[in-house]
Design a protein around this ligand. Structure first.
Ligand SMILES: NC(=O)c1ccc[n+]([C@@H]2O[C@H](COP(=O)([O-])OP(=O)(O)OC[C@H]3O[C@@H](n4cnc5c(N)ncnc54)[C@H](O)[C@@H]3O)[C@@H](O)[C@H]2O)c1
Ligand SMILES: [Zn+2]
Length: 277
């Protein structure tokens, strides 16, 4: 069994990805020569690689108005935010998660994909990207038109009673949460929990197995918008490195895997624009 822990140390699928139309000699607008060279090398590798995958974190959804955890305006700047997805705390007081998630999880139906989601959907549509492994629980890759999405931290689309196993859909629970109430099982009075993986809980076995298998198969993995400190998910890109593949990390803060990266890019927006335009 693998547990979730932290280590310190509308469809857009018709959009063409830039890789197909990218002119290798084109200068990347407003970027120094060095950046242009780096981007061109990446584009060439995407074109020649056999199996390209992507690993995403909360940073890619900040363009959709969803706060990440550890970024500059991340949720972890708020006091007590670390308790929101803590299983022990949830069992002690489920109302805390529902109150804190009212304007986070239970408004996700109103959110739209951002520039990174659209770029990745375009890459998959054009045949360059095989799969997205995401830690995100916001369903925005699917909304952008990506087909092969592996959710390693679950999703709030389903909720279950922890006592009798009864199931509810996102909409049923969202209505209750928006009334500022805490949902409770109407069959047995048990606690209802979203199928999101909380800290202290095991990850969905099938998804995590598939993610590690895909990582081992990848000759290139794009690692986008993750602090790479939540385990075991953060070890997925490392599997690519161990199997002889390359990883490219795009993040505006350093990560524990930076020394393993073939290339590092600091900014998700310009990176996605270059792969998209
Ligand atoms: N959108 C969501 O679904 C969501 C939101 C918050 C938390 N979570 C959950 O919490 C865990 C948090 O781990 P994580 O690593 O995914 O998120 P994280 O918050 O720990 O890391 C996100 C990283 O993205 C970087 N970033 C943000 N905007 C950027 C930009 N424009 N350019 C470059 N970098 C940028 C941040 O600096 C940060 O290092 C995940 O496992 C996930 O399950 C999900
Ligand atoms: Zn029940």
């Amino acid at each position: 069994m693998i547990w979730l822990i932290i280590t310190v140390s509308t469809s857009y699928h018709n959009e063409k990805s830039a890789v197909k139309r990218y002119h290798p000699k084109r200068l990347v607008k407003g970027q120094p020569e060095k950046y242009y060279k780096k981007m061109n090398e990446l584009i060439e590798l995407i074109k020649s690689a056999e199996y390209v995958t992507c690993f995403t974190g909360a940073g890619v959804s900040t363009f959709s108005g969803i706060r990440d955890f550890r970024g500059q305006n991340g949720l972890y700047n708020d006091p007590d935010a670390d308790k929101i997805f803590d299983l022990n705390y949830f069992m002690h007081d489920p109302s805390f998660y529902y109150r804190k998630s009212k304007n986070f999880i239970y408004v996700l139906d109103q959110k739209s994909p951002g520039i990174v989601h659209k770029m990745l959907a375009g890459l998959e549509h054009d045949g360059y990207l095989k799969a997205i492994i995401t830690q995100n629980i916001d369903l925005l890759h699917q909304k952008a038109g990506s087909k092969n999405v592996i959710e390693v931290h679950g999703s709030p689309m389903k909720h279950h009673c922890l006592s009798c196993g009864s199931e509810w859909g996102y909409e049923d629970i969202a209505v209750i949460v928006q009334r500022d109430e805490t949902p409770k099982c109407d069959k047995c009075g048990g606690i209802i929990k979203p199928d999101i993986t909380f800290f202290g809980e095991s990850l969905p076995a099938e998804a995590i197995d598939e993610a590690f298998n895909l990582a081992a198969k990848s000759d290139l993995m794009l690692v986008l918008g993750s602090s790479l400190v939540v385990q075991p998910a953060a070890s997925i890109p490392l599997q690519t490195v161990r199997a002889g593949g390359k990883i490219v990390i795009v993040n505006n803060m350093s990560t524990p895997l930076d020394s393993h990266a073939w290339k590092l890019f600091p900014d998700l927006e310009s990176f996605s624009r270059e792969l998209q335009v």
